[in-house]
Design a protein around this ligand. Structure first.
Ligand code: IFM
Length: 425
């Protein structure tokens, strides 16, 4: 009798990456400039090294095949594609076209992210998402890309984690452009809404059957004290401002304060729900904390697998659409619990009864983790940054087995999960 095994119930597995985090190379982008300033990145690294994927596409394709992935989420480096305003690089677009051609020829379906926190430096200097022409500029870039690459890819993510992008860069000031202003944060979120809708419409005008969405970073906001009204109010307010209002605006054109309609009509602006889920938030008053005595990853983020299905259920209630888990993963340098993490999150999804169609694990290889640098290890594939050697972790072997079989077998559970344990804070 099956005790620990389960069927994935049709959820197809893939892995996710982002250009700045794996490609390497010195690119004239907001992140290169930010990382060049001493003190901005914890270990002093920059995206210049990363996984050198730009020069190792073939090698990495072999690894993707080794992992049995059916889907690959990748990002584009806008600064490579449009190095000067309105000037598009044929060689950069050709490079991505070649990569996409190889993926398709290998039976791996690409999902391409147009904006993943990365701006060309010229755009950043123009004020980036605060520039009054930002939507037009992003739409021009989108049109060029989709016209060139649309024959190879028909699934797109317009913007990755607009809430994280806006709050880290404009509210906490720890990411470029390093501002600390609620007013500017909301302005950037407003631009994200308008840019997404314009990009969505642009893609569909070129590829009517394309599938387009946003990769939303979604959290469960839970009150620290179950009977404290202030904690409840804080949790509700944070959930609304960080994600609720943004998701409704970007999915259905349902505009609520503090956002403005600015010409956006109610409608459907997502062909799938894109969910990046990592951790819940515990709210005490209007501050956040990590609960004591809970499982945590190397970055101290709580691991709460049930939350992934709870988040998806809320989205399904807003609007029933296929759900793609566009990111889910954990920083686990020793690969001590990644297999259990995979098992628990996939089990919660597979048993949820929700229309979860895809699961993209973050990350394919270890990746340059923004201001955390090279230290956190999210990869199914371990990377030696000095030698650029790659090695599939045990959790990667477990992932490959699940992806191949469409289920977790009892044998796979005993081999990879039974001895994989979380550690508590
Ligand atoms: O590495 C990031 C990614 O760029 C966006 N989502 C969260 C990941 C882990 O922090």
């Amino acid at each position: 009798m099956a005790v620990n095994g389960f069927s994935l119930n049709g959820i197809e597995l893939g892995v996710a990456t982002a250009a700045t985090q794996i490609e390497g190379g010195r690119v004239d982008s907001n992140w290169q400039h930010w990382a060049d300033v001493p003190g901005n990145v914890a270990d002093g690294s920059t995206p210049e090294r990363a996984a050198d994927h730009w020069n190792r596409v073939d090698q990495d394709l072999e690894l993707l095949l080794d992992l049995n992935v059916k889907h690959y989420r990748m990002g584009l480096e806008w600064a490579r594609i449009e190095p000067e305003p309105g000037v598009f690089s044929g060689p950069a677009l050709d490079h991505y076209a070649d990569e996409l051609t190889e993926l398709c020829a290998s039976g791996i379906k690409p999902l391409v992210t147009l904006h993943h926190f990365n701006n060309p430096w010229w755009f950043e200097e123009l004020g980036g998402f605060e520039n009054p022409n930002a939507v037009t500029i992003l739409t021009r870039y989108t049109r060029q890309v989709v016209e060139r690459l649309g024959g190879l890819v028909d699934e797109w993510i317009t913007i990755n984690e607009p809430n994280v992008y806006a709050t880290q860069g404009w509210y906490f000031g720890v990411w470029p452009p390093g501002k600390k202003s609620l007013k500017d944060t909301l302005k950037v979120m407003q631009t994200c809404i308008e840019a997404h809708v314009a990009m969505y419409n642009t893609i569909h005008s070129i590829q009517p059957d394309a599938k387009v969405g946003v990769a939303h970073h979604l959290r469960l906001f839970r009150p620290a004290r179950k009977t404290n009204p202030l904690d409840w109010a804080g949790a509700r307010a944070m959930a609304y401002l960080f994600q609720g209002a943004l998701v409704k605006a970007m999915t259905l054109g349902e505009i609520r304060p503090p956002f403005k309609r600015n010409g956006i009509e109610p409608g459907q602006y997502a062909d799938f729900h894109g969910v990046n889920y990592y951790t819940p938030n515990i709210v005490r008053g209007f501050t956040e904390e990590v609960a004591p005595n809970v499982a945590v990853n190397d970055l101290g983020w709580e691991i709460y697998p049930a939350g992934i299905a709870q988040i998806c259920r809320r989205l399904d209630e807003i609007f029933p659409a296929p759900i793609y888990i566009t990111e889910n993963g954990t920083a686990d340098a020793a690969d001590a619990w990644r297999s259990r993490f995979l098992y628990d999150h996939l089990k919660a999804l597979a048993e949820s009864g929700l229309p979860v169609k895809r699961y993209y694990h973050w990350c394919f290889t270890d990746n340059w983790e923004w201001v955390e640098g090279e230290e956190p290890r999210f990869g199914l594939v371990e990377l030696d940054y000095d030698t650029q050697e790659r090695r599939v972790r045990d959790s990667g072997r477990f992932f490959a087995d699940m992806s191949w079989k469409g289920e977790v077998t009892e044998e796979a559970y005993s081999r990879w999960v039974a001895n994989s344990h979380y550690r508590k804070n």
